[in-house]
Design a protein around this ligand. Sequence first.
Ligand SMILES: [Zn+2]
Ligand SMILES: [Zn+2]
Length: 129
Amino acid sequence: MAAARDPWRILGIPPGSGEGEIRRAFLGLVRRHHPDQFPRGSPEARWHEERLKEVIWAYQEARRRTSSAARRPVADAPSPRRPSFRLHCNAHQRWAVIYCTACGAPLCSRCDPALTGYCGQHRRQRMQM
Ligand SMILES: [Zn+2]
Ligand SMILES: [Zn+2]
């Protein structure tokens, strides 16, 4: 791909949208593309898998840009510490739809049903704050 990927275009929202809008767009696209709803290994599932990867990337990138622009440096973005793009969670070996903002752990829709963007451990920590 010649041009840099544009997270806003992938999510279908205007550049600089707020976290609420980013999240709404993301959840809609995850629902549409989640490969669990197609026969495993089928061309259809693979196609949607690729779309979902893009969507996940766009979501993280959009949030990173929003939060770094708004309040904090990118130091705590998960990507540098993430060894590779993991697609399945550790607990259930299911499709990860989101990554912990604090540690980068892959989380499936069961690990993080409300899609808070934090693993169990970091979610508890945040709730205590
Ligand atoms: Zn975590
Ligand atoms: Zn899981």
